[in-house]
Structure formats: structure tokens, C-alpha cells
Design a protein around this ligand. Structure first.
Ligand code: BGP
Length: 468
């Protein structure tokens, strides 16, 4: 391994408020779009999650002990503004001050997102990102946070814009569970970009100090098998899932080549996108003002051309081989027999991370510093008993290979400054519940006791030996 990392390279663990905090009904917190939905669905609940609301000191100390110098957190909008707007809830504000202080005191630098899939219920019911009024509310909430939490130096606006749009309106596994509602999906993508741009512009115009950026998950799309039709299908999916968002973020315009493909997808699905006057100016202005880029990477998709009706099944249980995805006029996901998959049918392909890093840094000149803000393996970890180490060798392999890919890109000139493993501790997963574990630290969800996984020890060694 090439030891060419700077001393301040960031080794972090990632979390998201709703997935770790639990305590969804305490201290004046308002409901998110998930609370009633999960209750109705009856599969699993967001409480207790990892009870991070109460146990954060323990997790921060574990982070420090195991070599992590950073943590990704998100602020739950509804702890601050229970309805999304109005009068701030001081108890929520105090909680985040305590949490941030604990991180900083322990030398674990907080990287904070303002939105990680948890829109307030009130605003969600009023159209979520599709309603422009909600964009104004978010800008106000962001402004409040920048002013209030001046101890924070690293901000992200929204986590994974595409996952929201795609899971809500295409894949149908996030509320409101629409399937292949292509107009709403593309509109949500555009509106989220607008939200981000407005917040970046506010941050810079008001002269807040610190850094601001956003987080995209990038899912490279490869044709399989490699034929001209499948290549075209891959380009269509790539435009819809990746390029549209990256163009909007870092170019402040949707390139003609991107729009040609996106329009093809829209046409095949009788869908349309509305861009209002002034939108593109807002995006343009923000496009040079991002201080850094958070890239999440899990897996690529392998795609073949498909022109039949759209249909999909989501594997939310870990029963291997139960997922399918066919998107009219775009393509269908196929299995590449040479690529291993997880129990949830996610492709394991570290080279995809290298490919994305190289491509983004080459294509988007305004994308300067990159942090890998999520990467990790969902796995059915086996509990061995109190105080017993959990053997998660496959996770070690996964992280090792992906860090290797990161280093290769870095050695070839891509400015990557950090790596956050998803996730810090085991957490609740939105559409999969509690058996899809990602943590370096095992959480016994009955007792909330933490156990150390082999990967945590390995990660400490990695962080200690590299970049020192
Ligand atoms: C990302 C999200 C995380 C997390 C992760 C793993 O898309 O930002 O919140 O959940 O993916 O996904 P999952 O929990 O569906 O396995």
C-alpha cells in the first residue's frame, strides 16, 4: 500500500440523525415523513435505533479510541423546528450544542448535514421538495443553523439528492411510495439542486465561515453485455441518476448531451420537467462556490436495454436474488456473473469508486476537494455474546479494497481528503430495518450495548499507520 496520505487525512464514521438518535418523541421533536409511515407499515420502528440521542458520549469516545478523527452527523430539522418553520425548539438546539461539543472536545471533527432523508411531516404532506414554499422554509432553517452552530466548520446541505427522488418516486421504497412517477422524480432532483444552490449562495453572501458542499451518491452504470444498445441504456440511466445532478451542482447548467438523454427518458414515460425563470441563474451562481464535494459510493449497476413496461421489486430483507428493476426507455438491471453481490443484491465493485473519482475530477472543474462521505458493507453480523469480538472479515475486505481504489485515484492526482465508513455504529436502515448492519461497532438493539467488531480494530490500524 502506498503511504502517501497527509497527516490530516480524515478517517471518519458516518451517521444520520434519524438512523441513530432514536428518541423520536421526546423533548419537543416534531414528526418526520417517516414516523407514521413506519408505524403503518409495521415492519420496524425508528426507536430505539442506536439511542445516540442519549449514548452519543459513548460512541464519540469509541470513535476516538479506534482512530477516527471525524464523524458525519446530521441535524434533525424537526428537533429544531418541529413543524419545519416557526419558533425554534430550544431543547433541540441545546442537544446539538452538547453533541458538537463532545465531538470537538474529543478531537473527532463533526461534518454536519442539514437534511438526511428526514423532511418534517407537515412539509412532506404539503409536497416535500416539489413544493417551492418548502424550499424557503429550508433556507430559513439552514440560515438559523449557520448562525446558531458557529462551532461547526464543515457543512453539507442535503445528503444524496438522487436517493430521495429515486426512492420516493421511482423505486417506491420511501414514502410516498410512488413507482416510476418520472415527472415527480426529475422535478424533485431539480428542486433539490435549487435548494442546495440557494443555501450555498446564502452561506457565501452572508459571509459565514467554514466550508459548505453537498453529498451525491454516485452509482456508475456499465452496459452488460457490452453492446451498442446496452451502452445507450447505460448512458440514459447515468444521465438520469448522476450527470443531471452533477451538471446542476458544478456547472450550473444541464449540458445539452445530458438533456438529450434525460429528455429521451422523459419522453418514453410521458414525463416533463419545469424549470422556472431564475432557477438556472441560481444554480450558476452556486456552481463555483462549493468548497468541497461529499461522494458516497456503494455499488455500480449493470444495465441492458429495455423498452417494456416499468416494474421493480425491492430487496429489503436480505434474501439474495429478490430484487429486480426494469425502467421503460432506460434499461433493466442485470446480474454480471463475474461480480459478487451482497445479500441485498448490491454489486461489490471497488473499481467503480476509482472510475467515479477519476471521472468527476476530470469532468467537473468546479469540483475541488472530494471526501468519500459514505462507503461500507451491509452484512448480517453474528453476535457472539457480551464482550466477544464480532468477526466481520467480509467488511474488512470491502473497506480495504475501496480504500485501495481511493488511493489509486489519489496517487493519480484526484484530490481526495478523507474517507468516512458507513457506518460508525450499527443503525436503523430506512427500508431494511435492523438486520442490515454496517457499523464498525456492533449495537445490541435490545440492550443498546456496543461490541467491538474486528473491522473497528482493523480500521484503527489503517488510520494509525496511514497518513502518520
Ligand atoms: C445511503 C444513505 C444512508 C444509508 C446507506 C445504506 O444511501 O445515505 O442513510 O442508509 O445508504 O443504505 P441502506 O440502509 O439502504 O442499506
Amino acid at each position: 500500500r502506498v503511504k502517501s496520505l497527509p497527516k490530516n487525512f480524515v478517517w471518519g464514521g458516518a451517521t444520520a440523525a434519524y438512523q441513530v438518535e432514536g428518541a423520536t418523541k421526546v423533548d419537543g421533536k416534531g414528526k418526520t415523513m417517516w414516523d407514521d409511515y413506519l408505524k403503518q407499515q409495521g415492519r420496524f420502528a425508528p426507536d430505539p435505533a442506536s439511542d445516540f440521542y442519549h449514548l452519543y458520549p459513548e460512541d464519540i469516545i469509541l470513535s476516538k479510541m479506534y482512530g477516527l478523527n471525524a464523524i458525519r452527523l446530521s441535524i434533525s430539522w424537526t428537533r429544531i423546528f418541529p413543524e419545519g418553520y416557526g419558533k425554534p425548539n430550544q431543547t433541540g438546539v441545546d442537544y446539538y450544542h452538547r453533541l458538537f461539543k463532545c465531538c470537538i472536545d474529543n478531537g473527532v471533527t463533526p461534518y454536519v448535514s442539514l437534511h438526511h432523508f428526514d423532511s418534517p411531516k407537515t412539509l412532506f404532506e404539503d409536497g416535500d421538495w416539489l413544493n417551492r414554499k418548502n424550499i424557503d422554509y429550508f433556507v430559513d432553517y439552514a440560515d438559523f443553523c449557520f448562525k446558531e452552530f458557529s462551532e461547526i466548520e464543515n457543512w453539507f446541505t442535503i445528503n444524496e439528492l438522487i436517493s430521495l427522488a429515486f426512492s420516493q418516486y421511482i423505486q417506491g421504497n420511501f414514502p410516498p411510495n410512488h413507482h416510476f412517477d418520472v415527472s415527480n422524480a426529475i422535478q424533485a432532483e431539480h428542486n433539490e439542486l435549487l435548494v442546495h444552490a440557494r443555501v450555498v449562495n446564502l452561506f457565501k453572501d452572508k459571509g459565514y465561515t467554514g466550508r459548505i458542499g453537498l453529498i451525491h451518491v454516485l452509482q456508475p452504470v456499465y452496459p452488460y453485455p457490452n453492446t451498442p444498445e446496452n451502452t445507450h441504456a447505460a448512458q440514459c440511466e447515468d444521465a438520469f441518476m448522476n450527470t443531471f445532478l452533477l451538471d446542476g451542482t458544478f456547472k450550473g447548467e444541464y449540458e445539452p448531451d445530458t438533456m438529450k438523454l434525460v429528455n429521451e427518458v422523459l419522453k418514453a414515460n410521458d414525463a416533463h420537467l419545469t424549470i422556472e425563470p431564475g432557477d438556472m441563474e441560481t444554480l450558476k451562481k452556486a456552481s463555483t462556490r462549493n468548497d468541497y464535494f461529499g461522494m458516497n459510493y456503494y455499488q455500480p449497476s449493470f444495465v441492458a436495454a429495455y423498452n417494456g413496461e416499468s416494474t421493480n421489486t425491492f430487496n429489503g430483507t436480505g434474501e439474495k436474488g429478490t430484487s429486480s428493476f426494469k425502467f421503460k426507455g432506460v434499461g433493466q438491471h442485470v446480474k454480471n456473473p463475474e461480480i459478487p453481490t451482497t445479500d441485498w443484491d448490491w454489486n461489490i465493485y471497488p473499481k467503480g469508486l476509482y472510475d467515479m473519482l477519476k471521472w468527476v475530477s476530470k469532468t467537473y472543474k468546479n469540483c475541488k476537494t472530494i471526501y468519500i462521505t459514505e462507503n461500507g458493507l451491509g452484512y448480517k453480523d453474528e453476535y457472539k455474546g457480551i464482550g466477544e469480538e464480532i468477526d466481520d472479515e467480509p467488511r474488512i475486505d470491502f473497506i480495504d479494497q475501496h480504500v485501495e481504489a481511493l488511493l489509486k485515484a489519489r496517487n493519480e492526482g484526484v484530490d481526495v481528503q478523507g474517507y468516512f465508513v458507513w457506518s460508525l455504529q450499527d443503525q436503523f436502515s430506512w427500508a431494511n430495518g435492523y438486520n442490515k448492519r454496517y457499523g464498525l461497532f456492533y449495537v445490541n438493539f435490545d440492550t443498546q450495548a456496543r461490541e467491538i467488531k474486528k473491522s473497528a480494530k482493523w480500521f484503527k490500524e489503517l488510520a494509525d499507520t496511514m497518513g502518520s
